[in-house]
Design a binder for this molecule. Structure first.
Ligand code: PLP
Length: 390
């Protein structure tokens, strides 16, 4: 059976070149990067080379990069670390209603357990946060703003540079979760006006379990992994040398390939955006038409459940998603789709298709052939659907 992977936003395969770059650090160069002997020094070199590659890619300084175990840790570190470091200045945090749980859960924890106040900025029908809303939400107690760069479900790209400018003018620490953008579109910390930025290796063809937090020089952040003095005392624990070497190689490959990948993937994305409504009646594109990730398509398909579409496609060898991977086992409607104004029923029928390095036009054509058949079959069984007879 043909197998087509269209769930790159959940995770990406590790690029074979990344795997090859990681290989030596499992056996020949297995040293602890904190050891003073030659084994340690060659491991340390891998860590520092990767740090330099990553820093150059996002226009940061190497000492502003802290390696972590992934996007969730980076997000928790940013939110909890800044909140605790700045709590004497104020207790108000602003975030958006469409953040990944790696931000919304620590925000909820700060609200419910630690006495912070949290404002959730709403989004418009395209999933975009407005600068005016941010300005109105700021109080003299606001210490931290966190708005994601691109949404993982609907791909909406937020106006981070403008939001960051508002934060900077008020002297408020500004974090962005760039887990879905790093490696896929240009991400420059100076242009985005951010103080903190999270990223994760497995979203851009690196290994799982490694990520980084960019911390602008001078940003106050409470450490939450205590132990050894790794990462300039910012984050204890023996370096994940293999993962970090892989992350550096993955970034290097993205630097080389990003421009052509953006072009190719956005052409396939636009084909889906044009062809799905042409072949299936009563569908709705979620997220902004153009201000979206080059590899993301999200449609609500009325009268049927996202989960049934997903499973039917899976039986045909096609892997998609109906929300973020972390929530796809729960049957609750997506908070992102509700935030853009969809009713529960429409929100339940969403399908996310995300493309990547190994997506070919024939994969898209296969989906375009099979999806209308799947929808027609499911709608025929749906008590909600009455076919139009014109
Ligand atoms: N933030 C966003 C926007 C994501 O899409 C994800 C993963 O789906 C995360 C954070 C969590 O990243 P990780 O899987 O590396 O912990």
């Amino acid at each position: 059976m043909k197998r087509v992977y269209l769930d790159y936003a959940a995770t990406t395969p590790t690029d074979p070149e990344v795997l090859a770059a990681m290989q030596p650090y499992f056996f020949e160069k297995f040293g602890n990067a904190s050891s003073l002997h030659a084994y340690g020094q060659e491991a340390k070199k891998a860590v520092e080379d990767s740090r330099e590659t990553l820093a150059a890619f996002i226009n940061a300084k190497p000492e502003e990069i802290v390696f972590t175990s992934g996007g969730t840790e980076s997000d928790n570190f940013a939110l909890l670390g800044a909140a605790y470091a700045l709590e004497k200045k104020g207790n108000h945090i602003i975030t958006s209603a469409i953040e990944h749980h790696a931000i919304s859960e620590p925000a909820k924890f700060l609200l419910e357990k630690k006495g912070f106040k949290v404002t959730y900025l709403g989004v418009d029908k395209d999933g975009l946060v407005s600068c005016d809303d941010l300005k109105k939400a700021i109080t003299d107690k606001t210490i931290l703003i966190s708005v994601m760069h691109a949404n993982n479900e609907i791909g909406a790209l937020q106006p981070i540079a403008q939001l960051g400018k508002v934060a900077r003018e008020k002297g408020i620490c500004f974090h962005t979760d760039a887990v879905q953008t790093v490696g896929h579109i240009p991400v420059k910390v100076d242009e985005l006006n951010v103080d903190l930025l999270s990223l994760s290796g497995h979203k851009f063809y690196g290994p799982k379990g490694v990520g980084a937090l960019y911390i602008r020089k001078g940003t106050r952040l409470e450490t939450f992994m205590r132990g050894g003095d790794q990462e300039r005392n910012r984050r204890a624990s023996t370096h994940n040398t293999t993962g970090i070497a892989g992350l550096g190689k993955a970034i290097e490959l993205c630097r080389q390939k990003m421009e052509s990948e953006i072009k190719f993937q956005s052409s396939l994305r636009d084909k889906l955006i044009k062809e799905i409504p042409a072949r299936i009646p009563e569908v709705r594109l979620n997220g902004h038409r153009t201000q979206r990730l080059p590899n993301n398509v999200n449609f609500s398909i009325k009268y049927i459940e996202g989960e049934s579409i997903l499973l039917s496609l899976d039986m045909l060898g096609i892997a998609c998603s109906t929300g973020s991977a972390c929530t796809s086992s729960s049957l609750e409607a997506s908070h992102v789709l509700l935030a853009i104004g969809l009713d529960h029923e429409t929100a339940h029928g969403s399908l996310r298709i995300t493309l990547g390095r190994w997506t070919r036009e024939s994969d898209i054509d296969y989906l375009l052939e099979k999806l209308p058949q799947v929808v027609q079959k499911l709608r025929a069984m749906s008590p909600l659907y009455e076919p139009r007879t014109f």
